[in-house]
Ligand binder design. Structure first.
Ligand SMILES: Nc1ncnc2c1ncn2[C@@H]1O[C@H](COP(=O)(O)OP(=O)(O)OP(=O)(O)O)[C@@H](O)[C@H]1O
Ligand SMILES: [Mg+2]
Length: 328
């Protein structure tokens, strides 16, 4: 192994991949899902991004969000978005305190480390944009005063892919703010039976999880990931993939440069989780669909053919030349 392939050490408690494995194993004890599904929100947390989960009800989204927060000892909040929700219900309000005779800021649910927002598309665009602004800037402004959010800050927003009535679909520009989009899908028959079996044995609904990594360690892991090397050939591969989304005849609007940044950030984390301090083209491929598919606006005729952004990214991965891999 070359010098560059040394594990990424975090000052407390080991290297990034060992710590991440610990978190994923902990999640797996509460959530029945493929390891890749469990890894994606962690990748997002390490890249300081946010996740959009598009899935039907009852597949374990809440269980996963809570388990992630518990595993890292982070503050968890959940919000259900509804049409009557106001921006202040998200960010917080200034209330008059009689004793001191002045206004005091009462922080809203956005002041959390892991914020689960259910049915993000049910709130008015004004409320959605208050949340998206907080996501982008890690701060909120209320009555002219700015309040910083605590790091890490991860929003897991959910959206039901089949029920659109009475919703305000997120505009493309706002979808772009999510580092990745994913879905859980239904469990396999074996996994579903295992879930029932465990549930029957236990009698209670939720598994008591202990934290396996603390907040400081997570922040150190984030810093360590920034040390992962991206070779020019791999960086150019990312650029080629994103350019291909803009040139594809199936797409009317391709990925923004924010998409290429997302691809690089996620690939770095993917490499770190594998215990490598350099990114390979395979890292890029493994995150390309969740990182890019939601950023593409397909031509209307493709909707009729029931083709999705995922199909287009898959096609692009097949066609764009992969750079030769040599360990740096
Ligand atoms: N993959 C899973 N792993 C563990 N438990 C699960 C899983 N899927 C469903 N469950 C169980 O089913 C119930 C519903 O799960 P959960 O509340 O996480 O679903 P959800 O996706 O958040 O649904 P909704 O969209 O309605 O909020 C919970 O009691 C949970 O224990
Ligand atoms: Mg839920």
């Amino acid at each position: 192994m070359s010098e560059r392939a040394a594990p990424l050490h975090v000052t407390t408690g080991g290297d990034v991949s060992a710590l991440a494995d610990r978190v994923v194993a902990n999640l797996a004890s509460a959530v029945h899902a493929a390891p890749e599904t469990l890894r994606l929100p962690l990748l997002c947390l390490l890249s300081e991004g946010h996740v959009l989960v598009e899935d039907v009800p009852g597949v374990g989204k809440t269980v996963l969000a809570k388990a992630l927060a518990r595993s890292i000892d982070l503050r968890f909040q959940r919000m259900q978005f509804t049409p009557d929700l106001l921006p202040a219900d998200v960010t917080g309000v200034n209330v008059f305190d009689r004793q001191s005779g002045s206004f005091q800021f009462r922080p809203g649910p956005v002041f959390a480390n892991v914020l689960l927002v259910d049915e993000i598309n049910r709130a008015s665009p004004k409320t959605q944009s208050a949340l998206l602004e907080a996501m982008q800037e890690t701060q909120v402004t209320v009555d002219g005063a700015t309040h910083e959010l605590e790091r890490p800050f991860l929003v897991i927003a959910t959206q039901n892919p089949v029920e659109y009535e009475g919703t305000y679909p997120l505009p493309e520009a706002q979808l772009d703010r999510f580092l990745l989009r994913t879905g859980f899908g239904y469990p396999t028959a074996d996994a579903e039976w295992e879930m029932l079996e465990r549930r029957l044995e236990r009698g209670v609904d939720e598994v008591e999880l202990h934290s396996v990594v603390d907040r400081e360690t997570l922040l150190a892991m984030q810093r360590a990931v920034e040390g992962v090397h991206v070779d020019e050939s791999v960086g150019r591969y990312v650029v080629d993939l994103v350019a291909a989304t803009r040139e594809s005849p199936s797409v009317s609007v391709g990925s923004s440069p924010r998409g290429s940044l997302a691809l690089v950030k996620l690939s770095r984390c993917r490499a770190a989780l594998d215990g490598r301090d350099f990114v390979t083209p395979d890292d890029v491929k493994s995150v390309a669909i969740p990182a890019l598919a939601h950023r593409l606006v397909l031509r209307p005729e493709l909707w009729v053919q029931r083709r999705s952004g995922e199909d287009v990214v898959r096609e692009i991965l097949d066609h764009v030349r992969t750079p030769a891999t040599e360990t740096p």
